[in-house]
Each structure stands twice: as structure tokens, then as C-alpha cells.
Design a protein around this ligand. Sequence first.
Ligand SMILES: Cc1cc2nc3c(=O)[nH]c(=O)nc-3n(C[C@H](O)[C@H](O)[C@H](O)COP(=O)(O)O)c2cc1C
Length: 232
Amino acid sequence: MVDYPFVALDGYEQYPVDEMRRRAQAFLATMQRRRTVREFSDRPVPLDIIEAALAAAGTAPSGANLQPWHFVVVGNADTKRRIRFAAEAEEQKFYEHRASKEWLAALEPLGTNADKSFLETAPYLIAVFVQKFGLLPDGRKVKHYYPAESTGLATGVLITALHLAGLVCLTHTPSPMSFLNGILGRPRSERPFLLLVTGYPAEGVRVPDIRRKPLSEFVSFVGDAKVGGDVR
Ligand SMILES: Cc1cc2nc3c(=O)[nH]c(=O)nc-3n(C[C@H](O)[C@H](O)[C@H](O)COP(=O)(O)O)c2cc1C
């Protein structure tokens, strides 16, 4: 049997309960300020900030630690334009034929349409791919476990990191997105997951007046929840 190495849990920090409470509330307040934006400034963003946010995304947990994700950062005008045209072609079909009445009704309050000019305005587009399986240098396939769940978690960390850095983003999912493989030269073993439009918000931008569910609508506690929380 192989004796795989283990290391001490060095990075983990414990806090007094009051400090935990303060940190949890401070993080909640920060996250409550996150909003999806659909109009961007063309103001450039230093690449190292994007890189740090991506490195944070790379710390996400993943099935069997196989890290089944790939991120492509697009900053050049020509590639952004190609992505915009391909996305708009799909979105036109979506809004005119593909979307069900229910779907269009759900989108109505958000004011979205087939115009995706933000894909050219924003300084960066981050295309996220799920690796359905890994490929060894000799071409053999490596099975990935929970690749979509893992990539979703990494993307959540990325969105959080960008928000904490003072940037905004739009989670964009033109459907279907397979044109991204062609434009970005990614293999067929990778499925486009979503496109994160990233940058600063446009001056005076407005966002839909949406409501977030209160805890009572999306969390339930089983049994005597105090058992886990009754601490000094
Ligand atoms: C998986 C996913 C796909 C989305 N796709 C789109 C999209 O294609 N276009 C768009 O304008 N917004 C898209 N959104 C953004 C949502 O509409 C937005 O997150 C939601 O309205 C809540 O707003 P908030 O992010 O400001 O809280 C998507 C969000 C998610 C999580």
C-alpha cells in the first residue's frame, strides 16, 4: 500500500464566538451588496486582479480533488467581438423561437434581450469550461467525479472574489454555448459552463429591483437545531 503524505491543518484559524459572529455578519453584508450588472464601463482592469480571483477559484473543493475546470480569460477586442456576434446569433433564436412563454415571462423583470454589446465593452470575458473527463499526456482519459458541481463551486468562489475586489460581473449563458469551444480553441472534452463578463459597472448603471428569499424560505432546520449551536 502507498503511504500517501498528510500535512498539518496550518491555514485554518479559530476565533472566539463573538468574533465568528462579527465575521459572519460582515461577510453577509458584503455579499448582500453583490449584484449582477448588464452595462459595463470599458475602463481597463489590471490582469493581476483577475488572476488572483482565478487563483481563489482554484481553491474550491472538487470531486476527488480532480479540479475539473478550465477558465479562459479573453481581453482582446477581436475575440470579444467574435464571441458577441456568436452569442447574439444564438440569443436572437432564443428570444424569437426557442424560449418558452414561461421562460420569457421569468426574464421580463430583468429587462434582458438579444443585444449583448456588453460582451465587447467589458474589459474581460472569463469563459468557464467543465472538463467532463481529464486527458493524460498520452491521450488516456481520466474519469472526473461531479465535474459540474465542482465547477459551479469554483465559479461561485470566482464571482465572490471579483466582488470582494471591487469588480462586477454578469453570469451569461447564451444557449447553446458550444461556439465557445471553436472560438477559444478548447477541446470537445470540455463543455462551456458559462461566460463571466467582468469589469467596472457603467456610470449610473441601474439594476432590476429584485427580491432575495429570506432564510425562512430556503432553509429548514431538522430536529433541535440548538444541539449544534448551543455554545459558550
Ligand atoms: C446559471 C446562471 C445563468 C445566468 N444567465 C444569465 C444570462 O444569460 N443573461 C443575463 O442577463 N443574466 C443571467 N444570469 C444572471 C441572473 O439573472 C441573476 O443572477 C439574477 O437575476 C439575480 O440577480 P443578482 O445576481 O443581481 O442577485 C444568470 C445567472 C446564473 C446563476
